[in-house]
Design a protein around this ligand. Structure first.
Ligand SMILES: [Zn+2]
Length: 318
């Protein structure tokens, strides 16, 4: 989720009352929550620095386990973008009840700001399973668009995050394909749909947007004979300054990618899918890519499928 620049400096001061790292007693992961005061750390990642502020509260997790999670999510994002999309990120970790990670929001601010909640009973396993922080960090590597085009922001983070986590070994390629086969149909246009930019439902925003980027990924690879993929489009946009603090027009984003890659994929797809309902023949795409999911959810691959090389390109770390 992305919010435009609604934060005042007062609010930021409230969230970041201690600009320097605070010392605090180390603790072991006993599985019994320990009450800790607010503290903050500067975590270097390739291409940038993340200032992590942990709110006062009860934690089963040690700070080092939380920081490992932050590093792992940044590594996942970097596997797609080459390096962290922004030089600085302020990451505020709230403390809550329960054992989950939830409520992630990325704010369009300079430097960008992510707010996320970690439950008092969350464990290292919770953090390994978590996709939310990777999703939020992926938002950093994309400009902010007008609310009508939320699908451009949410779709890209929804489609890219699973590949990022696959590329750093957190989940298998089978898991990612199964998820796409299961969820992409939720993004197809329904009755009365008027295109992605005019239909603000959850399904069209997240999975309809993901559908756009999935088709773009396949098309970029087909047309470039697998020389480029969606990650090259994303890197091109970031290289031209298209990161979350900046407002861009959708067409400007598509052109930045297309021009760098010497293709006409994203602009054309945007023109087709933004203002008209476009049903994507997903069954035909799975067949062409050689992705087979049986009735039990078991995934297998057909390496003789016409676009099997494109499928492997999507999976591959570049
Ligand atoms: Zn999001």
């Amino acid at each position: 989720m992305v919010l435009r620049s609604v934060l005042t400096s007062f609010f930021l001061l409230f969230l970041f009352p201690f600009p320097a790292a605070l010392s605090h007693p180390s603790k072991t992961n006993t599985r019994n929550p320990v009450h800790l005061a607010a503290r903050s750390y500067d975590v270097p990642v390739k291409g940038g620095m993340v200032r992590v502020r942990l709110a006062e509260g009860d934690y089963v997790l040690s700070d080092e386990e939380v920081l490992d999670w932050v590093r792992r999510c940044a590594l996942a994002v970097n596997s797609y973008y080459g390096e962290f999309p922004v030089k600085r990120l302020n990451l505020n970790i709230r403390n809550g009840r329960g054992n989950s990670v939830r409520g992630g929001v990325t704010y369009q601010y300079q430097p960008p700001f992510i707010n996320i909640m970690v439950g008092a009973f969350a464990t290292p396993e919770t953090l390994l399973d978590d996709w939310v922080l990777t999703h939020e960090m992926t938002h950093l590597g994309f400009p902010t668009v007008d609310d009508n085009h939320d699908w451009m922001e949410e779709g890209m983070a929804t489609y890219i995050e699973p590949w990022e986590r696959m590329r750093v070994g957190i989940q298998s390629r089978e898991d990612v394909w199964r998820e796409l086969v299961t969820n992409l149909p939720k993004g197809q246009p329904g009755n009365g749909d008027q295109g992605l930019s005019n239909t603000k439902t959850w399904g069209r925003t997240y999975w309809g947007g993901a559908l756009f980027y999935f088709v773009a990924d396949v098309e970029i690879r087909k047309q470039s004979r697998n020389k480029y993929g969606l990650e090259d489009a994303m890197r091109a946009i970031v290289a031209k300054g298209g990161t979350i603090p900046y407002d861009w027009e959708p067409i400007q984003i598509c052109e930045a990618a297309d021009k760098t890659l010497g293709l006409h994929v994203m602009t054309k797809l945007y023109q087709q899918m933004s203002s008209k309902p476009v049903e994507v023949d997903l069954n035909a795409m799975w067949k062409q890519l050689g992705v087979v999911v049986d009735g039990n959810g078991q995934v297998s691959f057909n390496d003789r499928a016409p676009l099997a090389a494109v499928r492997r390109g999507i999976e591959k770390k570049s």
